[in-house]
Design a binder for this molecule. Structure first.
Ligand code: HEC
Ligand code: HEC
Length: 279
């Protein structure tokens, strides 16, 4: 009596199995921005970087991050020079997959402008070998003893004793970064605005007072990268000898990526109805 029903049930179960098996052979489609970024990160990590192409790609980045990669002490643009290669790759993948919101940089990060995974590998290697500014923005310097204590207690485990980060775990180097940039990122991480933040870090800094935060980030900004990673004061990047620097201390607006301004033409306005003639 239950035979036919059982048979139908079995065949449905089997067809489910068959289709699942067929599906499993194809690469799983990325379903979230985080997954898209993770897949690109893994692909980029298999490639051999070409520094010469990295230099060419970097020309776009130089407009905001400056030819030296030193960003701006006011924190608007981070220093990226000397950042760990894996961190740069992860951040680029996250930004273009929209796993980290960066509306200003986003249009310059898309594959059509920046290029595919090979270009990401190339520019990341180029940026990682740039020497860092010896003169980054720092805080007031008033609370460094507390900053040192907080750093040792809460940050060394992941970011390292000297703020050097962790290449294998793509944990950012934070030593020598501009203080105001550190403050902005810390706020974004603490308040959940930075999508790609590390959940363990969010937990670790839960309950920090503004004083703790300012103290630890001032201390972090003052941590010195090793001598070998620092440029001489006043160094300019010889790779961009004819770069036109901001004439009035204001960086020029970056060029609009091609296509961004080609909005479809507005339709012709309807003809104005002519006034009916007076009778
Ligand atoms: C239009 C300006 C602009 C351009 C062009 C630009 N960036 Fe950025 N970039 C930014 C800003 C602004 C941030 C910081 C955003 C924030 O506050 O979260 C940033 C952040 C980053 C970060 C994350 C740094 C960190 O430590 O968190 C990396 C890496 C980066 N940019 C690399 C690049 C590279 C490589 C290029 C060229 C392919 C590039 N950027 C082009 C503006 C720009
Ligand atoms: C459990 C590990 C962990 C701890 C503890 C931790 N962090 Fe982080 N932090 C991370 C990771 C991982 C990221 C990068 C997340 C991402 O974007 O992929 C990060 C990102 C950051 C950033 C943004 C850097 C950038 O270039 O954008 C700052 C600033 C920062 N951490 C400061 C701190 C400070 C200061 C402490 C101590 C008070 C701390 N973190 C403790 C793991 C940690």
């Amino acid at each position: 009596m239950f035979g036919p029903v059982f048979a139908i049930g079995l065949s449905i179960a089997l067809s489910g199995l068959v289709s699942t098996a067929a599906y499993a052979q194809e690469p799983a489609p990325a379903e979230t921005p985080a997954e898209t970024a993770r897949l690109e990160y893994e692909q980029v990590m298999t490639l051999t970087p070409d520094l010469e192409n990295g230099r060419k790609v970097y020309l776009t980045c130089a407009v905001c991050h400056r030819p030296e990669g030193w960003g701006a002490p006011d924190g608007t643009y981070p220093q990226i020079a000397g950042q760990l290669r894996t961190v740069i790759i992860k951040q680029l993948a996250d930004i273009r997959a929209r796993n980290r919101d960066n509306p200003l940089m986003y249009p310059f990060s898309v594959p059509r402008i920046l290029g595919g995974p090979q270009s990401v590998a190339d520019v990341a290697a180029y940026v990682a070998q740039l020497p860092m500014t010896p003169d980054n923005g720092v805080g007031s310097g008033e609370d460094l003893a507390l900053g040192q204590e907080v750093y040792a207690e809460h940050c060394t485990k992941c970011h390292g004793d000297h703020g050097e980060g962790n290449e294998a775990e793509h944990i950012p180097a934070i030593a020598g970064q501009h203080y105001l940039y550190l403050m902005r990122q810390f706020d974004a991480i603490r308040m959940g605005r930075r999508k790609n933040s590390d959940p363990k870090m969010v937990k670790q800094i839960d309950g920090f007072t503004p004083r703790h935060q300012a103290a630890v980030l001032d201390y972090t900004a003052r941590l010195r990268p090793p001598e070998s990673k620092l440029a001489e004061a006043g160094w300019t990047n010889p790779d961009f000898p004819s770069y036109v620097r901001d004439p009035m201390g204001v960086p020029p607006m970056p060029p609009m990526p091609a296509g961004l301004m080609d909005a479809p033409a507005l339709p012709e306005p309807p003809a104005y109805p002519s006034v009916p003639p007076a009778r």
